[in-house]
Ligand binder design. Sequence first.
Ligand SMILES: [Zn+2]
Length: 434
Amino acid sequence: MKLRLPFLILLLTLVMNTFTAAQSPEEFARVWDETHISSKPASDVRLADLKVYLEKLRGMGVKIQEVGRSYGNREIYQAEWGTGPLRILMWSQMHGDEPTATSALVDMLAFLQTNQEKIEWVKKLHESITLRVVPMLNPDGAEVYQRRNLQWIDINRDAQDLKTPEGLLLKQLRDEFVPDIGFNLHNQQELTLVGRSFDQATISLLAVSGRKDNSSYPGFEKNKRICSLIIQALGKFIPGHIARYDDSYNAQAFGDNISAWGSPVILIETGGYHGKDELFLIRLNFVAFLTALQSLVDGSWENADPAIYESLPFNSSGRVFNLIFRNAEVMIPSTPEKTFTADIGINRERRRAQFIAPVYVREIGDLSAYKGLEEIDVSAYYVVPKEGLLRPGTLGSFLFYKKSRTVEWGSENLEKDFPPDGVYVFGKWLKPLE
Ligand SMILES: [Zn+2]
């Protein structure tokens, strides 16, 4: 049988498409599930763990180099991938307790390296861009899980002063490379919300102009379009949970300065998503990074609608708690005749996944204008603060007694003599309510 020419062309087109077709956000997510090399919650990763990841990448053929030392003399590394003219610089964990992107960058590099001969767009990307990645710019902060470096300076307020070795290094790396685009990667408080809604801002984005008046220029406009594509991609996983980061100009911050120095920056802030763990957040970052990179090589950023980014609601905060006990009849055992009914808002501190996070009372009273990521109606119980007092700042640990019970509140050892019907300590139910 003779094959007709139109059929051949059709066949050829189909074959070509399988090699050149863009990968969807869902495919990126699936690829992450199957291939990621980060192996623990991002918050548990210290420099020693990062070194293990980087050794793996080096073994795969990624160029890894120590480029400097922190104030505490810890190594700071830079990875390089690609040989093309478009220069991209991505850095993470300038704030030591903001770890998500570090793991995602490692997984991204592993994906790019593995597929630079296998997937057509990655191959093209390798020829089109030179990508430099600084994962964990603040290894001292990461070691003790604090925002600042070991001089107790916030590196992100040191872009002009350059008194921190980490900030100075970032400036030097920027100046010698002169990237066309920078990615500044952070975490924000998990209780950050989208606009006036009660939805957590799981990802917040900002195309940083670097100009006080936010006036337009090509690199800035390009980044807005890339942000729009990231929003569309992540919308498949977290619809309604994406916001715009507050874009007020900060003369001491790196995002603004690096943009002003000629490398317009995209800021990505990772927040929280109630009920999902840190791996979910790493995966979102992975999808965001690859979506951005793919758009640069297939040119899809040019067709993206900047209005998708521009119309995104801004971040807001202060209207949600990790937990609200509703209608608590507060019983202070030393003054049992003075009970009162109030809502109690409780928040969890930011800690590594491997540690128990302390929880503190943050608000007491009528919290009807607020929401809790979790809310429990406790109107059937007397609620006894374990510390014996209830104020903003006291530990969020409570004993619960059914109102139908007779309890001698003044008894020497209340918890032992009258075993409570519920015990909530360190953010956990040691004895759950029925
Ligand atoms: Zn930060």
